[in-house]
Every structure is written in C-alpha cells, then in structure tokens.
Write a protein that binds this ligand. Sequence first.
Ligand code: NAP
Length: 291
Amino acid sequence: MIISAKTKLLCVIGDPIEHSMSPKMHNAAINALGLDYVYVAFNVKKDNLERAVEGFRGLNITGVNVTIPLKIDIMKYLDGIKENARAIGAVNTIKNENGRLIGTNTDGDGALAALESAGVNVSEHDTIILGAGGAARAVSHALSKKARTFTIAARRVEQAIKLAKDISNPSSTNKIQTISMNDKKKLEEQVKNSTLIINATPVGMFPKIDNCIIEKDWLPEKSVVFDLVYNPIETKLVKIAKQKNCTIVHGLDMLVHQGAKAFEWWTNKTPPIKIMKKEIIDFLSHSRKGS
Ligand code: NAP
C-alpha cells in the first residue's frame, strides 16, 4: 500500500475500537484490488461525536463505519439517512456524497447475503429470531418481509413487540409474531415449528462459550441455524446444530458481507469476499477478543 496525496480515507469510529477487525478486512480488500484508499480506526467518545462528524466534513473523508456505542447518536448529525437505517433506528455506514454525509445500515443486507451464500432462500422458511436489540432489528427488517412466517422472541417481550411494530408492513402477507423468551414451553414449541433459527443475542459469545438458549432436542433435523455471534466462530449453538444435520450460517459470514456492502458503496468495486473472510478468520485465530 502506497499512501500519496491522492489517497482517499475510510475509517471506523466507536468506543472501544482497538479490537475492531474492520481495518484488517478493508485494507486487505483495498490491497487486493490495488485501490488508492486507506482504512483506519478512531476511538471516538460519545461526547466528541459531533466534532468527529465535523472532522469528516472538514477533511472530506470518503466513508465511515460506525460501531457501538455511536450507531444511534450519529443519526442526528447526518445530512441524509436511507429508509432502511431509519426503520432499523441505527446507522453503521456513512458515505460522503459531494460533501453530504449519507447514512445507511448494511447489517440486514449483510445477513441476507450470508444466508444466500449458504444457499438459503428465506422465503421458504418459518423463521424465529432470538433477541430484539440492535442486530436483531437490522436482521428482522431485512428478513421479515421475505420469510414465510417470522417470530421475534425476546426476554423483554415489549422490546419484541416494539420491533414488530416498527418493521410491520401493511402490504406484506406474512405475519410477524412475538413471544417471551421467558416462557420456555412456548419458546420450545416455536423453535420446534421453525425451519430457520437465528440467534441475535450475545449468548454463546467469548468468554461464555458454553452458553446456549436453545436445547438440542428443540432443533428440527435439517433446519437452518444462523448464529450472529462470530467469536468463537464455532459456537455451542453451531455445534449442536451440526449434530442435527442443520445448514449452518456463521456470524462471521454476516460480518464479512456487511463490510463488503459498505466497501462496494464507497468504492463502486466488487468486494473480494474470500480475501475479506480470510483476514477475519486469521484475526480471530490470533486473538480471542475480536469485536
Ligand atoms: P444488543 O443491542 O445489546 O442486543 C442484545 C439482545 O440480546 C437484546 O434483545 C438482549 O435482551 C438480548 N440478550 C442479551 N443477553 C441475553 C440473555 N442472556 N438471554 C436472552 N437474551 C439476551 O446487542 P446487538 O448489537 O444486537 O448484538 C447481539 C449479538 O450479535 C452480539 O453477540 C454481537 O456481537 C452480534 N452481532 C454480530 C454481527 C455480525 O456481523 N455477525 C453484527 C452485529 C451484532 P435485553 O434487552 O433484555 O438485554
């Protein structure tokens, strides 16, 4: 990588940010395609967010990824927000379009691309998603209209109900239902009746790698299991799903695809997915703290 006076700047902001895998993933893609960009990370505290956004304008930065805890607060400083990010209620990617900072959210499309790359056609599935936080909101927004049926399970059922309301579309024919995760009997019954099971909670994430919300007996044979958790790559849920001959979609694939969507938007180039994925696998193999 040769940095010149013409090199365009991409970055990720968040707090903490030191363990972000995005610089490795994006710089590998930039190098593979021989592009004149560089991707760096900035630790931005919430109190400094407005000044950071002024910095993007002042320095004419090309693109920005936004991560925890800034994805919601950033919205009020942007010049435009795409419909999907507005419905999700969070922005994870910004593009500088001739001086206007436009926000979008690539998590939902990244999830859909991860499923498609595993050969999963969401429209054929009765789907249940566990969790109703930020990631669940993005994934539910992208999948609920396509899925045959869609159920949101959360331990605070009011959070699931709010999400269902926010993403409901009067023209969509499929029903979105909500259940309380605390009602174990109902949860078991719903998982048993589902063909696509998605974990969008942090349960199973390093260091508590032996935790899993779902019991092995609940998983239908040959269903599809998608765990958003990517550290470890092989979660407890993924391990039990393999024993039930399920199709597995890894959180790692969503991470790569959401990054690839941002990369494509900024550069107008087809992202080298395999190279980006290899960087993340290498990173996770050398560090237990990737985020
Ligand atoms: P979040 O906004 O904090 O939401 C977490 C959700 O999980 C909330 O609904 C929370 O419920 C629920 N939850 C937390 N602990 C739980 C438990 N022990 N039992 C049942 N429910 C529990 O977090 P997030 O940003 O959505 O992230 C969720 C997971 O997805 C994380 O592991 C994150 O690393 C992963 N993720 C992966 C990708 C990817 O590209 N693969 C992208 C984004 C996120 P309460 O509100 O009741 O606490």
